[in-house]
Design a protein around this ligand. Structure first.
Ligand SMILES: C[S@@+](CC[C@H](N)C(=O)[O-])C[C@H]1O[C@@H](n2cnc3c(N)ncnc32)[C@H](O)[C@@H]1O
Length: 341
């Protein structure tokens, strides 16, 4: 069954969802005295991390969010308070909104998780709050798998179908969907033509669920699953494309390099790696939901959104050539590279 796209894209929903980070971004910056530190003394995320002993990765994601909200000015990577932040977000200002944001922050799990991401002092949480910790260990129980897979399926379904309308898959016949979740991308690819074959490579509990999604979509003849822990087991060979959607953004640069190397080794010569991600760029013209999505990654995973040059660097270092990027759907792009023949 081939799904038709809705008449509008999903960017409005992404914007509404990502606005949930507005309050924790402010409440955490107030609690951790980030506005006080930047008052009068502009600093980059790197400088602030050093001065305050905070985590650079989390500050690199938080400061652009505060800038986008109008509370910091960004002078080529050096951040300074705006008049609005100076009036209302310094804790000892006469007009401080500290009372509001302390109370709001106390009621939000994401406030606590963001404090931990910035200070690096982790507390024990429900494993579902930070799924990447379970992914890293390769241990995901069926209850968590069901919740997280339904979550991923919701936000990926339209972009999966949208991708098949904008990216050329005419020379690709066998796709390994690495960390393919519900299988929504593999299912959408199978809908392109009967000869397309896809395999969803996932952890055991997620494979079980993906099989349900695949059967419900009526594409079991074309899409199968393989239980592989991508960090611990060798990857299957014989595929002419490896597709990664929202995988690199879960991991550090070093881990992404390892994934790219694994992919390079397992792909057929002439095969392609395809990275489906929302891209940051340095121009400051990145849509707010993408900036906020990067902050969400620092809260729940070991990663962040990447810029195109960063992904190019990772792919080139693994040996991929002919690297290109193409807008896919909504806020997503596909960055692809080729394993030389
Ligand atoms: C952010 S989700 C992306 C899901 C899907 N590709 C999408 O874009 O909707 C990351 C996926 O990677 C899978 N994953 C994480 N660690 C893994 C591992 N060690 N081996 C195989 N898959 C893993 C997770 O189960 C999860 O489905």
């Amino acid at each position: 069954m081939t799904l038709e796209l809705p008449i509008v894209d999903d960017t409005g929903v992404w914007g509404a969802w990502m606005s949930m980070l507005n309050v924790p971004a402010i409440s955490v910056a107030m609690e951790l005295k980030i506005f006080e530190s930047l008052d009068g003394q502009p600093a980059s995320a790197e400088d602030l991390a050093t001065q305050m002993g905070y985590q650079e990765r989390a500050l690199k994601a938080l400061l652009p969010v505060l800038s986008h909200l109008g509370f910091l000015n960004d002078y080529n990577g050096a951040y300074q308070l705006t008049a609005s932040a100076r009036s209302y977000l310094l804790n000892d200002s006469e007009f401080s909104w500290g009372g509001v944001f302390r109370r709001e922050g106390r009621m939000l799990v994401r406030h606590k998780l963001l404090v931990e991401a910035i200070t690096g002092k982790k507390e024990v949480h429900d494993g579902r709050d930070r799924p990447a910790e379970s992914w890293e260990s390769g241990q995901v129980d069926i209850q968590m798998a069901r919740e997280v897979t339904a979550f991923m399926h919701s936000h990926s379904q339209a972009s999966a179908v949208g991708m098949t309308k904008s990216i050329d898959f005419s020379s690709i016949n066998r796709v390994l969907d690495v960390g393919g979740g519900s299988g929504c991308f593999a299912i959408a690819l199978a809908g392109m033509r009967d000869s397309m074959r896809c395999t969803v490579m996932e952890l055991p509990a997620i494979c079980e669920l993906a099989q349900e999604y695949i059967a419900n979509a009526g594409v079991s003849e074309q899409v199968d699953t393989i239980t592989i822990d991508m960090f611990r087991a060798s990857w299957p060979e014989g595929y002419d494309a490896h597709f990664f959607s929202n995988i690199f953004h879960d991991w550090s640069f070093e881990t992404c390099r390892e994934l790219a190397n694994q992919s390079f080794d397992a792909l057929l010569p002439g095969g392609r790696i395809l990275l489906h991600e929302m891209l940051l760029h340095d121009s400051g013209k990145v849509p707010y939901p993408v900036i906020a999505f990067s902050l969400l990654m620092t809260i729940g995973t070991m990663g962040q959104q990447f810029t195109l040059p960063q992904l190019i660097e990772i792919l080139e270092s693994a040996g991929f050539t002919n690297i290109s990027s193409c807008h896919s759907y909504g806020y997503y792009s596909v960055v692809s590279g080729e394993k030389p023949v």
